[in-house]
Design a protein around this ligand. Structure first.
Ligand code: SAH
Length: 372
C-alpha cells in the first residue's frame, strides 16, 4: 500500500462541511459521507477512523491513510477562584497560545486565540507587547474548542459550551480564511451547532475584512473601540490611523445590513484611568453611537507587568457607565474574571518566538523608564 507522509495528510479539525465534501469526493462521491464523518468526529468523538462503523471498510482504510486527528497539546491548565479556566495550548506549528473558559450562570463562554501574539500593538494590551509569530491554522483554532468541549464532558458541573468569542490572542480578521472556516465549523449542526448570535469575532477594526465578512459569514461582530475620537484612538489602537472611526462605523453598518436579522454590534471600551474615562469621553461616546444598533461593553483595564496604565476606581467606572446608560445607549459593565490566573482581557501572553523583536524593545524601554 502507498504510504503518505504525515505532512501531506489532512487534519480532521481543519475541514468545514464543504471542505469534507470536496475532500471526500475523490474517495467516495456520495454527499452524505461528509455528514457521517463529521458526526463521528464531533458528536461521537471517536478516536480513529476504524470506529466510524457505518462507512465501508474500503472508505475507512482510504480515510485512515490520508487523515489524522492530532489536537493541539495542552501544556498547562489553571482554574481561577471564580471558576474561570485557562488552558495554555501548544499549536501544531509550534508556539503556545491561551484559551479561557468563563462560566457565568447558565452561560459558558470560551475565549479563543487566532494568532501567535498579535501584529497590531494596541498600547494597553499585553498580547501586543509580546510581538507576533504567525497565524493559527483552522485545526489550531478549532482544536482549542474541541479540547475545551471534551473537558466539559468530564466536568459536568459546568454544563455545555454556549458561546465562543475570538477575544484571546491575535487579530482574527488578519487571519481571515482560517477564522471564517473555524466559524463555519462552530456554527454547523454537524459539529458544534452554536448559534450565529453566540459566535463572535472581535476586531480592532480591519475595515476591508469587515466588508469581506458580508459575503462570507453570519457570525456576530464585536469591535474594540476604546475611544470616540480619532486623536485618542490613534494613540490607543494604532490601526485607527489606517482605518479611522467614521470608516469603521460605516463598515459595521454595512455588515449589519448584510445580516437579515436585527443583530447589533458590540463595541468594547477598555476603561483606562485618566486616558478615556472622563465625563467628556462618555459624552463623546454617546454622541458617536446614539443612532447605532449597538451595545457598549465596558472592560475595566487589566494591569500587566511593566504597563504604566491603571484601572479607574469603581466610582469613575460607575459614573461612566451611568452616563452612557442614561443617554440611551445600551451598555454593560463586564466584571473582570480570572485575573488571579492572568486570564483576564489583555493579559494573555502565550509563549512563542517573536519575529518582530517588539517584546525585547518593549521590555528594555520599560526598564529604562523605571531606572530614570
Ligand atoms: N484583536 C481583537 C481581539 C483580541 S483583544 C480585538 O482587538 O478585538 C480582546 C479585547 O480585550 C479587546 O477589546 C481588547 O482591546 C481588550 N483588551 C486588551 N488589553 C486589555 C487590558 N489590558 N485590559 C482590558 N482589556 C483589554
Amino acid at each position: 500500500m502507498e504510504t503518505i507522509s504525515t505532512d501531506r495528510k489532512t487534519n480532521w479539525y481543519s475541514l468545514t462541511r464543504e471542505g469534507w465534501q470536496k475532500f471526500l469526493s475523490g474517495i467516495d462521491d456520495r454527499s452524505f459521507r461528509a455528514q457521517q464523518v463529521m458526526k463521528w468526529i464531533y458528536h461521537e468523538r471517536v478516536a480513529n477512523v476504524e470506529s466510524m462503523s457505518n462507512l465501508s471498510k474500503s472508505l475507512r482504510s482510504a480515510l485512515a491513510s490520508v487523515t489524522y486527528n492530532t489536537l493541539p497539546q495542552v501544556i498547562h491548565t489553571s482554574t481561577s477562584l471564580d471558576g474561570t479556566v485557562k488552558w495554555i495550548i501548544e499549536t501544531e506549528s509550534g508556539g503556545a497560545v491561551e484559551s479561557v473558559l468563563i462560566p457565568d450562570g447558565r452561560r459558558n463562554t470560551l475565549c479563543i486565540s487566532s494568532q501567535l501574539g498579535c501584529s497590531l500593538d494596541c498600547i494597553f494590551c499585553a498580547t501586543g507587547k509580546q510581538g507576533f509569530a504567525g497565524n493559527l491554522s483552522v485545526a489550531d483554532i478549532v482544536g482549542q474548542v474541541v479540547i475545551v468541549t471534551d473537558w466539559l464532558l468530564s466536568n459536568s458541573d459546568y454544563g455545555d459550551l454556549t458561546n465562543i468569542v475570538f477575544m484571546g490572542m491575535g487579530e482574527p480578521l488578519l487571519n481571515f480564511a482560517p477564522t471564517m472556516d473555524a466559524c463555519d465549523i462552530f456554527m454547523d449542526d454537524l459539529a458544534f451547532g452554536i448559534s450565529k448570535r453566540r459566535v463572535t469575532i472581535s476586531t480592532a477594526g480591519v475595515v476591508p475584512r469587515i466588508l469581506d465578512m458580508c459575503q462570507r459569514t453570519e457570525a456576530s461582530l464585536a469591535v474594540s473601540l476604546h475611544a470616540a475620537n480619532d486623536e485618542l484612538r490613534n494613540y490607543l489602537v494604532p490601526l485607527n490611523k489606517k482605518y479611522p472611526i467614521a470608516m469603521l462605523l460605516d463598515a459595521c453598518r454595512e455588515y449589519l445590513s448584510s445580516l437579515n436579522d436585527r443583530r447589533i454590534v458590540t463595541f468594547e471600551y477598555t476603561l483606562i484611568e485618566d486616558i478615556n474615562d472622563s465625563v467628556q469621553d462618555a459624552k463623546e461616546l454617546v454622541q458617536l453611537l446614539r443612532d447605532f444598533r449597538c451595545k457598549v461593553n465596558l472592560i475595566p483595564f487589566n494591569p500587566f507587568p511593566l504597563s504604566a496604565f491603571r484601572r479607574p476606581p469603581e466610582n469613575k467606572i460607575s459614573r461612566f457607565y451611568k452616563q452612557v446608560r442614561d443617554e440611551g445607549v445600551m451598555v454593560t459593565n463586564r466584571t473582570t474574571r480570572g485575573d488571579d490566573i492572568d486570564a483576564a482581557c489583555g493579559q494573555l501572553i502565550g509563549n512563542f518566538h517573536d519575529k518582530t523583536r517588539r517584546r525585547e524593545r518593549y521590555q528594555s524601554a520599560q526598564t529604562q523608564a523605571r531606572i530614570v
